[in-house]
Design a protein around this ligand. Structure first.
Ligand code: FAD
Length: 388
């Protein structure tokens, strides 16, 4: 039993106010069920959320519909964001399609989406500044959740929506994220139309992929018109550790060391960046990670199935997991175990399928002939569309 006789009881405790946890709480609340989210960050504005997400019809959008947030979602879609350009390292545009507003994967700003999800919750649903250090089973299906700042709560159902390095995952599986072989460096260019016109013109208004098989640049035009750039390199796990990102020019030179034959405008996305470059190693859980059901605890989103970002599925699956777990709880409010088991069975199959697709996409993007293969893939998609 708990050591803390004062511990508060919460029926449903969700760890993490990311896409998955917020979607779960929002869909539950839309159906009259209250849950409590415990989030490590101090407030909703503690960190800029940055980055664009394309929200897919059958997963991310379906979750937002279930939360009653579809109209709000349409209002934050970035017009033009579905424009795509594939550019080779010489700066030649190899494939392009514009955004006519009819695509099924509209782009939104991650921060706008988080604000939208928060708008569907009660004022006390999220308890900010509640970093958890551990959780432990009490032996009767309930769990005690322990906070870094002291204190604990006891949950009938504990849901880990706490991302890649989940503190809840060890209750269910020994699986750990492993380095996926690719390292990112993120940079931003503010007001590019005025300050970086060549980059702005080459990249256009939506999403850009430039690849040569070993390395690449992926970039988005954001809702504030800035350019957010991911420079991606197939590299050993310790490559980024050897770069001092406080020394801006030296860091840019180190990042671009293998981009010497790339067009200067593409290189300028790193050398002309505003603000510091942000290193990020890409990790993934083993495809097909699953566990034997345990009473009173489960995982959603990256905590359950962290994937590399190359198929753009992680946030969509996170939203969908949250909505699906909520649907199962609403269907069977008196049998949470059965509800969770039903959710887990479908989630394992969905996640394994997506992890396979994501790995295939990563292999395609980081192998010889990457640009030709990607152009062929997108031209194949285009040929499948009915004539306008
Ligand atoms: C560079 C990059 C680009 C990406 N691009 C895309 C894309 O284009 N499309 C797409 O669909 N996906 C994309 N993804 C994936 C996507 O970001 C994730 O899959 C998604 O955010 C997962 O949501 P989540 O709710 O599971 O976890 P998270 O968004 O990681 O949220 C977890 C939350 O838990 C909190 N937390 C963590 N530990 C604790 C703790 N101990 N106690 C309390 N709270 C805690 C965190 O503060 C956070 O708020 C990208 C990922 C990366 C790295």
């Amino acid at each position: 039993m708990t050591d803390d006789p004062q511990a508060e009881h919460v029926p449903i405790a969700i760890i993490g106010a990311g896409m998955s946890g917020l979607a779960l709480a929002a869909v539950l609340r839309a159906n009259g069920v209250e849950a409590t989210i415990f989030e490590a960050e101090a407030s909703a504005d503690a960190r800029t959320q940055g980055g664009m997400l394309d929200i897919h019809e059958d997963t991310g959008q379906a979750a937002l519909r279930a939360a009653g947030l579809y109209d709000g979602f349409r209002a934050i879609v970035h017009p033009g964001g579905q424009e795509l350009r594939l550019i080779d390292r010489s700066g030649r545009i190899r494939h392009q399609h514009s955004d006519d507003g009819s695509g099924g994967r509209p782009e939104v700003d991650r921060g706008d989406l988080r604000t939208l999800l928060l708008s569907a919750l009660g004022p006390d649903t999220v308890r900010w500044g509640h970093k958890i250090t551990a959780a432990r089973p009490l032996g009767d299906g309930r769990h005690e959740v322990i906070f870094a700042a002291g204190g604990s709560v006891i949950a009938d159902l504990l849901v880990g929506g706490d991302g890649a390095w989940s503190r809840i995952r060890p209750l269910l599986t020994d699986a750990l994220p492993a380095y996926a072989g690719i390292s990112f460096v993120e940079t931003d260019l503010q007001d590019p139309d005025t300050r970086h016109p060549e980059a702005a013109e080459l990249l256009g208004g939506g999403f850009v992929i430039a690849l040569d098989g070993e390395r690449g640049i992926l970039a988005h035009r954001e809702t504030d018109d800035s350019l957010h750039v991911y420079t991606a390199v197939r590299a050993p796990e310790d490559w980024l550790d050897g770069i001092d990102f406080h020394r801006t020019e030296a860091a840019a030179a180190a990042v671009l060391a293998s981009f010497g034959d790339w067009h200067p405008t593409l290189q300028s996305l790193v050398t002309d960046a505003d603000g510091p470059a942000v290193p990020r190693k890409i990790h993934a859980l083993p495809a097909g990670t699953r566990w034997d059901h345990r009473s009173g605890v489960t995982l959603i989103g990256d905590a359950a199935h962290l994937m590399s970002p190359f198929a753009g599925e992680g946030a969509n699956l996170a939203l969908f997991d949250g909505a699906e777990l909520a649907r199962r709880i609403i269907e069977q409010p008196d049998d949470l175990d059965a509800a969770v088991q039903a959710y887990e069975g479908e989630m394992f199959a969905r996640a394994a399928d997506m992890a396979g697709q994501t790995d295939a996409q990563m292999r395609l993007m980081f192998s010889p002939g990457a640009m030709d293969n990607l152009v062929a893939l997108f031209e194949g998609f285009a040929a499948e569309q009915p004539p306008q």
